[in-house]
Design a protein around this ligand. Structure first.
Ligand SMILES: [Zn+2]
Length: 210
């Protein structure tokens, strides 16, 4: 095989099983899937960059806002206690579980926020038809690396399970921060639906070559 004639930018590797495919233009609404394992390789959705950017901006704002509002409120025995997200995370802060504070804070606050910021940094100039910022390839690579480590949804499920257990002891009400974090999870689902790593790399590549 004459490998010198292959243009690397015309190849697309499956992120799951590494099988190489020849890329082709995807028509609107179409999805390209791996021939071996079915993983999504590329999709063309109208305004994919706009939608991904909008989702990332929304998430960055919601994550920061969620830190300042009550997460849950407990009513029992004539007293009311409210806890913020930071209180909830710091609940692990004593004894052997202390390192868990950092891990939980990273998974539900720091990593989702860093990923949203990296996407905003990458996509913001592209949205307005300008050249990407200098570190856009690094930022976009970071956003892709962090994707599997953003675990707000697992935390929300854990909180719901815990609330069901204590519902018999005290009256529990969910604060605005809980709903903000739930919104983050839903927006992430929408974002992943519209997200096409390949399309964004193509756009970044066009600018760096020019
Ligand atoms: Zn595959």
């Amino acid at each position: 095989m004459n490998t010198t004639s292959i243009d690397p930018s015309a190849l697309i590797a499956c992120p799951n099983c590494d099988l190489l495919h020849t890329a082709r233009q995807v028509s609107e609404g179409e999805r390209l899937r791996c021939a071996r394992c079915g993983t999504k390789l590329a999709s063309s959705r109208p305004n994919a960059i706009d939608r991904t950017l909008a989702a990332a901006v929304t998430n960055a704002i919601l994550i920061v806002a969620a830190l300042f509002f009550p997460f849950i409120q407990l009513d029992g025995g004539g007293t009311r206690q409210s806890a913020t997200l930071i209180d909830a995370v710091s609940a692990f802060g004593t004894g052997l579980t202390a390192p868990l504070v950092l891990v939980v804070a990273a998974f539900i606050i720091v990593i989702p926020f860093m990923r949203a910021s990296a996407l905003v940094y990458t996509l913001w100039p592209l949205r307005f038809g300008r050249a990407p910022y200098k570190a856009a390839p690094q930022a976009f690579r970071l956003a892709n690396t962090l994707k599997p480590w953003s675990m707000a949804e697992i935390f929300i499920i854990g909180v719901v399970v815990a609330l069901v257990k204590i519902a018999g002891i005290a009256q529990v009400s969910l604060g605005p921060a809980f709903w903000m974090l739930t919104a983050v999870v839903l927006v992430l689902l929408l974002e992943n639906h519209n997200f096409c790593r390949w399309t964004i790399w193509q756009v970044l590549g066009k600018h760096t070559q020019a």
